[in-house]
Design a binder for this molecule. Sequence first.
Ligand code: SAH
Ligand code: SF4
Ligand code: F3S
Length: 478
Amino acid sequence: MSKRKTPCIVTSEEAQRQEEIIKQLRMKNDLEKSKTGKQKHYYIATFGCQMNAHDSEKLAGMLEQIGYMKTDDEKEADFIIYNTCCVRENAEQKVYGKLGYLKHCKDNNDDLIIAMCGCMMQQETVLNTIKSKYKHVDIIFGTFNIYKLPELLQAYLETKETIIDIWEEHKDIVEDLPSIRKYKFKASVNIMYGCNNFCTYCIVPYVRGRERSREPKDILNEIKELVADGVKEIMLLGQNVNSYGKTLKEKITFAELLRRINEIEGLKRIRFMTSHPKDLSDELIMAMKDCDKVCKSLHLPFQAGSSRILEKMNRKYSKEQYLNLVNKIQEAIPGIALTTDIIVGFPGETEEDFKDTLDIVKKVRFSGAYTFIYSKRTGTPAAIMEEEVPEEVCQRRFNELQEVLQPIVAENSKEFLGKKLEILVEERSKNKDSYLTGRTDSGHLVHFEGDSSLIGQFINVDIIEAKTYYLIGKISDN
Ligand code: SAH
Ligand code: SF4
Ligand code: F3S
């Protein structure tokens, strides 16, 4: 198989076809297992954003139906999938680094199957590099056809030849894929795919295609099923959730969708990401204020402070518009926790421009931020812009940004000291054995001493210590 254009498919028939293949593979697997007594394992590494992580949950769902069992040990796996990201160069470097290591695994185990998928695979140059330099990869597919994993695996098992299936675009959405959730009590739900914004630095619209919203009924049904299965908190996913509904026949906005989701009985918390400031409407602010299940936190990337740079980035708002929007949100929803994404070193960024970025950070006083040094992505308009900012200048600005940001985040965190907060307990703490970790409505992490039986429950904790990026609590007496 090789690269091809957007196929025309009927999605429900397609899902059924894959289901059939899953059954056939399952029978084959069960038969082999009864002969050899050996259970097959899969290992999935996710390199990208929440969107990618959610795709990995769907891949895991299909593999478990086929009869594979999850392992966290790459060496134990019979099937390894790398679900890749290409948003910045270092994300790609990580994948190439690991791919080299996989060669050893394959040398030691002839039966090992290695698959690569995700955003990186949508780029012709990456595909060519893998084909020529990493011949130990058996199956390659992209972001538009993850639901075809069963068919691709079957084709590989039958031919033992490298299978490559990358699509340019896909306007339909295949519903009802099985999915394995990391947590029983919280889940991610795609409300839309792709992106139409073409920020000039960003590769996502090229590797994830045009914006497509899911039908509200499909979203609501999925959430109802999740709630029936024990889910209390959902994260609605989209590259720009604020433009939800624009591609649908039924006139519906993101604000209206939130109101409908808020009605679902048994659901406790609704989160969403990502919001683009240009599309954040008054209607959405009102919906966030009215809907009791919508968490009082908002991720609102501003990327750069200077209006001149924002224009070059094609973000479609100015510094003043961003600050006015934040004011409006903070007035309507007092105490809302705001987080953001910031890029330093975009082509042409001067010291003056960078000061505007620092100014926004000081004015908005974010609860947290993801900060990045601009990374040139071939094929994007910014890649051919002049006045690249030298690496050492980028690094210095990046450090300066941390110096301004961190005390603000720390001060925000201190506001919680002595307060009683409700958290959803998520898991055992990674750093301290007897500790558990939970999350507040505002998205803050709280570590506290407690018993594993609390995982998945809402409890109250008293905050006794505030660190920059997390809080320490004690289970409250009442
Ligand atoms: N759709 C989301 C985010 C997608 S990518 C949004 O618009 O907010 C996540 C973050 O990666 C972006 O917000 C941006 O800050 C960062 N990013 C994207 N492309 C980048 C690049 N070429 N260099 C550095 N950071 C980048
Ligand atoms: Fe990239 Fe901009 Fe789309 Fe976000 S909105 S995915 S930053 S193009
Ligand atoms: Fe996400 Fe990276 Fe793709 S950020 S959409 S996995 S390029």
